[in-house]
Structures are given as structure tokens and as C-alpha cells.
Design a binder for this molecule. Sequence first.
Ligand code: ARG
Length: 244
Amino acid sequence: MKKLLSLLVVSCMVLGLVACGNSKQTGKLIMCTNAEFPPYEYKDGGEFVGIDVEVSKLIAQKLGTEVEILDIAFDSLIPTVMSDKADFAMAGMTVTEDRKENVDFTHTYQTAVQVVAVPVNSSIASVDDLSGKKIGVQQGTTGDIYCTGDFGESAIERFPKIVDGFQAMKTGRIDACVVDDQVAKAIVAQDASSYKILDTAYAEEEYAIAVKKGNTDLLNKLNKVIDEIKSNGELKAIVDKYIK
Ligand code: ARG
């Protein structure tokens, strides 16, 4: 099977078949991500690490190829997949109906919760207390979309990376940040004397990999591997390395 797949990859390179997307140029699967999102994707000593990075490597290995990472802004991920500059986007990306209009999503591989993080001494105790406050979000994320919808444009402060939002919270420029739970935990763990995470969750969501609309060939291959690593424990082993 592996042989057959690598043969397929090679023939795609030779023939330059459109269906192989960007892998036709390099023979590798090009994954775009936004490596500002620990524990899913971030840089450690210049190396890309994290759950998505390791899962993508495992997927590529099972498909008889390698993965090449393109690190870009979060809100450029979908356009990059749509324009064939990457084969897929994997970035702790939440499946939403709006995004489904532009890309196809694989089976989901993780669940997440949007949480509210505030300075330790903040009086904000629930989501309702956010009204009238300045809320930091990462540009183009579901946190951005939900908070803009619920509290209005003027309440929102958008950051290219959410760590900058946490920094702005520290200096008192904004009052709260809305971000994915594990990411909030990872950032707070680095600076527990400055921030806390509220117990009340904002929204629940699920992560999946995005491919170009209609690229059912790649979608089916990815789904097959996702199903396999979900049921054989390989996915859990990677997650457990990063989330204790
Ligand atoms: N789950 C959220 C979303 O899909 C945030 C993802 C941010 N990911 C990243 N790598 N920066 O909008």
C-alpha cells in the first residue's frame, strides 16, 4: 500500500497532476499553519513542534511522504489552501459552517472550548461580565468571530498572535482574552501569577484539517489516517505528550 502511494506521489510529480495540489512541485505534502498556538503548533529553538506538527508528520509518514510546513497568519490559511499554495491547513482549526463554504474539512481530531482569560485580580467572573469591556482575540479565529458578534466591533482588539493579547492584558490595555482552552492553559502556565482562566466556557468546538474544496482524493486519504490513529491510540499518545 505504502509502495503504491509513493508510486502515486512520484507519478503525480512526473505528470504534474492537478489533483495533487502543491505536492506536485515538491513531492511533499505542504501544510500551512500558524505556529503561535501552543500546544498545537509553536516554535521551540527554531523547530516547529506541537500536537498538529507531530500528527501531520505521522499522517505524511503513513501516506509514504513527508510534510513541509508553511507558517503564515491564521487568517491567510484558508485563502492559501483555496489557491493551492498548500495541500492542507492544520492549525487547531475549528470546523464552522462559514469556513465549510470555502474549504472541505476532514473528520475531527480534537475537541476544544473557547475560554475567557483575565488578569488574576480582575472582577470579571463570567462571560456576561464581558459587556462593556475590551476583549483581545487572535485575528480571524472563532474567538474573534463570536466576540465580535456578541459584543460588537468596538469591544474587540485583534492581535496577530494571542500571546500579544495576553501581554496587552498585563499592561491593562485590554480586560480579557478569548482563546482556545489548551492554548490559554499553556500561556497561563508560563505566567500563573498574572492571569487566570474563568470556569465558565464561551463555546465548544471541534478541530479538523482543511483541504481545498473538491480535493476528495486527499480528503479521503487524510480521513483514513485520522480514523486509524484515533482508534489505535497513536493520536492520544501525541496529545498526551503535550497535554498533561
Ligand atoms: N480554534 C480557533 C479557530 O479555528 C483558533 C485557532 C488558531 N490557530 C492557530 N494556529 N493560531 O478559529
